[in-house]
Design a protein around this ligand. Sequence first.
Ligand SMILES: *Cc1c(COP(=O)(O)O)cnc(C)c1O
Length: 395
Amino acid sequence: MATKRTLMRPDILEDGASRPVVNGIQPSVVYASETPDALDAQYEGRVQGYTYAREGHPNAALLARAIARMEGMEEGLTLGSGMAAVTAVLMGLCRAGDHVLGGDQLYGRSLRLMNEDLPRLGIATSLADPTDAAAFAAALRPETRLVLIEVVSNPTLRVADIDGIAALCREKGVTLVVDNTFTTPTAIRPVDHGADIVIHSVTKLLAGHSDVTLGWVAAKDPAQRKAIYDFAVTTGMTPSPFDCWLAERGLMTFGLRFARTQETAERLAAHLAGQAGVIRVLYPTRADHPDRARAQGLLKGQGCNMVSFEIEGGRAAANAFTKGAEALAFAPTLGDVGTTLSHPASSSHRALSPEGRAKLGISEGFFRVSVGLEEPDALLAAFDAGLAAARDAAA
Ligand SMILES: *Cc1c(COP(=O)(O)O)cnc(C)c1O
């Protein structure tokens, strides 16, 4: 790398005969060019280079490329959060008068964007059950521009009929957007099933350590890619170089983490199903899962790292459970190296009425677990301690 001295800056370290094996962090917000002609060449895409970090920087580009490779997509864009990615797609591609159809169990803030913000801007929205392609077919309108689904729903772990919905979108010329945060490219690559756009909250499983907030999006169509990019740059959805660097580091162990946590999750699901006080256990590979056959096909026999379960005894038992399972973090996130426990009725689904939650099967005794890398026996013991406390409270 050629280095140049300026009046303000010291020399940058020269490359020697050897090279680093780890990428550095490049915090520079601005990039100096040689001449106006050189800048023209860069803006016109004839040479590669950066100008201003909001428009792109090396750490964001490296991370975007790494995730694109995992997803089997040509190019991706790293953004400041998963919600930035969802917003850039919906608001970068839709205009007043359009209609957006979403899955009825999307991530909470995605639902809010659909229910509150888009309608305020003149973009109509509605929701349908993504496990039922016929329900999606019935909900499509002539002005539907875009369909947004997640493959496995939070927190009830229902599996969307992505193939059925993709066929419908193809037939009607509607853009299919898949948020692949829960499932990850290890379980399913949405482009292989007809998705036009794929989204990630990199914050979760891909980065994996609960120390960065980042998002990623990729679109197959170059015109859509440009519209999403321009909206994101204009509205300042810039990711931090340091966060991108941390996520790149996290990504290196993603495969190992996901394999191990899936294995433990399957074991935890089987263990919980045999315990007194547990009403039901949801995990996509279990024989009693309502979408088991579809999960087997789509997720190639994998069940992902999330397990949900319901205990007897309502809120009192739920309080006792989180207290009793003190070795587990009661925290509303997923994909961390440590197991986290979420209670949808008091967090992600608190805005719903008890009847609304009941329709989804979310009671006061319902928990969602994001399984981490703990030694499995120790993890099961922590759950047992929580269940024992819950049974005492329910008695
Ligand atoms: C967390 C999450 C998001 C939002 O991501 P942030 O990085 O928190 O903004 C979007 N979709 C799904 C499925 C998520 O789990």
